[in-house]
Design a protein around this ligand. Sequence first.
Ligand code: DGL
Length: 280
Amino acid sequence: MKKSKTYDTKSLSAKQPIGIFDSGVGGLTVAKEIKKVMPHEDIIYFGDTKHLPYGEKSKEAIIGYCKQITRFLMGQNCKAIVVACNTATANALKEISEEIHGQAFLFDVIHPVAEKVAFSLHQNIGVIATKATVGTGLYKKTIRKHNKFLQVHELATPLLVPAIEEGFIYHPITKAILANYLSDKKLNHIDTLILGCTHYPLLTKEIKQYYEDKVNVIDSPAIVANQVKFILEQNQLLNDKNHLPEYKFYLSDITKNFQKISKKFFGNKISLELKNLDKK
Ligand code: DGL
């Protein structure tokens, strides 16, 4: 969690929503967990479906998308911004933080997970993520900064996001892709696996099945959601129990799969709106 030095908690109020964003459905795994641990919070979600997959884009492009989305969410008066995307975290966290300029709390999906894993009983850690995340080596750097005795093996698994966005969950194609990636020799001796892309928890069951439950698959969305709760609670920024939460979803391109998964996680009454941030 990053907080600017000029940040003033007194200017924020519990009534403000939590802003969450990702390139697509992945961030919904984090949003769902945030809803579970903080059931009285309003959530504004932005899914940049028009530009996904972020994992195949240049750092400059990712920074550009993230700055636009952050500006949009700050315009919605969010008290916290959750970057529910590893690729955005690894490539654009500094720029996102500059955009927020100390006016809201900023949370990401890599630092709390790396820290938690570094201080738990693990030795050989595997990380699967997009190309653009693995390219930065941020998981390895962050885990080893906390605990230099750990082995960290990062593997890019780029076909998983398109398969998930296509709705191929419990699908033979995804099973074959997973078997191919997880049998990579880089991951041969791992005891722990971090799903370093927020899309991947949608495949947790299949991944656990592949390992026959012999590898510890880290529940990143729960770690992130609990950190958000802890900080907001400490700053008295959580709504009281009488507050009926509102969930708003903005998409740069409406996809059937997003509609399906968002309704599955948040119920049928959610509002889903097309929002093109490229238009001036
Ligand atoms: N869900 C995202 C992540 O955590 C991005 C996936 C993508 O768009 O490539 O990295």
